[in-house]
Every structure is written in C-alpha cells, then in structure tokens.
Write a new protein. Sequence first.
Length: 456
Amino acid sequence: MSDRTPPPTTRHLLVRGCDVLRVPVTGECDVLPAQDIVVADGVIVDVRPTGADRPAERGAEVVDGRGLLALPGLVNAHTHSPMVLMRGAAEDVTVEGWFNDRVWPMESNLTAEDVRAGARLACAEMIRSGVTTFADHYFFPEEIAAAVAETGLRADLAPTYFSSGGRRALDATVAFAEAWHGGADGRVTVSLGPHAPYTVDDKDLRTLSDHARRLGVRMHIHAAEHLEQTESSLERRGITPVRVLHETGVLDAGALIAHGCGIVEEDLPLLGEYAGTTAVACCPKVYLKHALSPLTPVRELLAAGVTVAVGTDGAAGHNTLDVWEALRLVALTQKQAVRDATWMTVSDTLRLAVRGGARALGLQDRIGALEPGMRADIVLTDLSGPHCRPLHDPRAALVYSARASDVRTVVVDGRVLMRDGRLLTVDEPALLAEADARVARVLDTSHGKAVQHYDP
C-alpha cells in the first residue's frame, strides 16, 4: 500500500434535511423526503427523518442539504482521465484515423508530468459533476494514483499494457498493483490493464490473468469494441474476442470489459458463466460519434446476468467526463436500439450509473447506495432550476434534465470535496494554467511516431 494518503476523513459528518434517492438492488427507485444522513469515520451509520441534534452528532461537521436531493456518487466505469489534455483534438475522423493519425501519435508525446496534470484536471471535472469513483485505464498510473490521493476521489486504476512494451512493461504493471492496491486509505484499488486482445498476445494475457488471481484484483480490458473487431477475430483466429478472454483466463480472473459493442449471441452464455465477476462498461457517446453500430447489447447482457455500467471513455473521444450525459445517452440509445420505449426505465438507468458501476469495479459492498454500512460517497444536487421545473418526478429529472452544473456538494469517504460549488481539494486556476501550458507539445504529431498501430 502506498504511503501517499490524504488528511484523515472527518470523524463525524451530518448532511441535514436533504431528500434522499433510494436505489434498491431491484425494482423502482424512490425519494425519501427530508432526511438526515449521519456519517462516522467515512461510513454512513444512519439515514433518518430530519430532526434535532442528538448527542452523538454534536460537534459533527454539518452540511445543509435543505432543498437538495442526495444521491449516491456517480461511477464512471471506463475512462482514460489524462486524455482531457486531448479534448477536441481528434474530431470528424474514422476510428482508424482517430487512433493512427491523432490519438496514438499524441500519446507518444506524454510524460509522467503531463499525465499528472491531466489526471488532476480530470479529477476536478469529475468532482464538479458528481462523479465520486472512476475506473481508469492509462499510462503512468502512479501519477493518476497520486492525483486521486490528493483530490480525495475514489478510483480503480488499470495501467495500460501493450505486448510491444515487453517484459519490463509487464513487470511494471504488476509492481504498480502490488504497491497501490488499497492505497489512499482504501480509495485506490487496482486492476491489471492489458489493452485489448489485438494488442496483447495470448501468452501475456495468461500471465496477467495469473497475476490478477494471485493479487486478488480484476482485469480491465477493451474487447469486442465494435462488430468489425469481432468479425476480424473470427476471420483470423476462428473465435470471438470474448472467447479469447475465456481461453486466456481473463474472464476467470474477473473482467471489466470496455464497450462490448461487438459481443454476439454466442458470447452471451460464456459471459453468463462468469456473471458474478464480469461486467461491461457502456459508453454510448463515442459509439455515436464514430458512427459505430450496433451498440452495447445491454438488454441481452442483463438478461444473461452480466453487470452493465456507464462510462464516458476518455475526453479525446467523449469530450467530457460527464456521466450525466452518458447515462442519458444509455437510456435513449437503448430504447432506440430495441425499439421499446418502456425499456431502460429511469430507475434502471440510475441503477446502472451507481450500483452497476460499483459492482463493475468490485466495490458493491462499499459504494452505490446511501445506506447504513456503505462508505459515505454522497452527491447533493439542486433540481430547482428552470430546466427541471415543474418537478413532477425527481428520478426522471436526474436522467433527462439534470446537468453537471446542478451538483452543489460532493462527499467522498465522509470528506467534503466540494461545498456549495467550491472545490476544496484542488486549485482549479492552477490546474487549468498548467494544462494549457502543456497542450501544444502534447498535440504535436509532426514527428510521425505513435504508441501503437491500430489494425485489429
């Protein structure tokens, strides 16, 4: 475990007078009016009708939640946080052009300091939008871990690995997991991060799967990202990318699969066998942007018992790290995909964004609901703006009307990271100035180098 840890969490915290979104494991979400959320040592100990102070709460830090709706912190189940430095720098291109002409050449410029600056800026953006936990997949993971520790967020970090990096890179991946899993007072967990079956050979996938089982961590991997990848794998190897994950032990170790738009019917029984430890992160904005079809088969995956969560992917493709936007697009695109307006209800959509995200990261016993025994990851949202009024159904407002800017206060592990719109753990002007100073060098692709070549 790393010794890079933030100041201790507030011993006692009282969020007073808020409405509370209740997200059950199944069934309809509902809203409990006028509640107090009582927190001790980072854990929710009670959610009850608001009232006068009780002796155990005297001296607690108080957050005024009156007029606000408390919901579990949003989970961004798949992203590449430092790619905020490339926001808007790879537009209106094909998938191949996006990788080979823009993003992978830009990534060859990155230094550890660039990644640190990008990760800190990303953390600030996510705090502002009510994301309290994110699953990251990127280079220089120790810099991202340091940013998470400093800003107070929660994250599962997967160091990106290509087989082209060789044994040294593989050993570094494992060493990071050994050093950081459980770091930052338990807010940092680690997954091993082979990039994809087409960039990591089977031998390395088996080796990393063995390490994952030894360390008790999961695998976070891009697989069957779109149908063309699946068709290419069938043509070259005679099996789908999901079958590759099975044969190399990735599914057995436990896997968070990014995208999965190319998951086909024959994959579903196989994924169902590992449903307890397998999840798929759906990031619909990037599929729409790159004109990819079909979408992640959410309905079929859920029917097979497989967890589905909501992600943004990196800001080089998604442009924001706004999970509100992503969850809204999940609901809309899934209704359209199956041509059923009654599918992907507001309750189901909210569940994917919190409980689904928690389960996808193996954190379902810690986060995903505002209940006694859960870590105190709390987002207070203001639904009083004209874009949410009249407020007939707060659940519908959260899915279809709310904006990231409606988030007022964010608590992670009992620590207030943003209060009334003011960030408390980051110097936002300094972050923006540093990011702006690095961008010209990062975006220069005149050198003709790239971290990899996209040809799945």
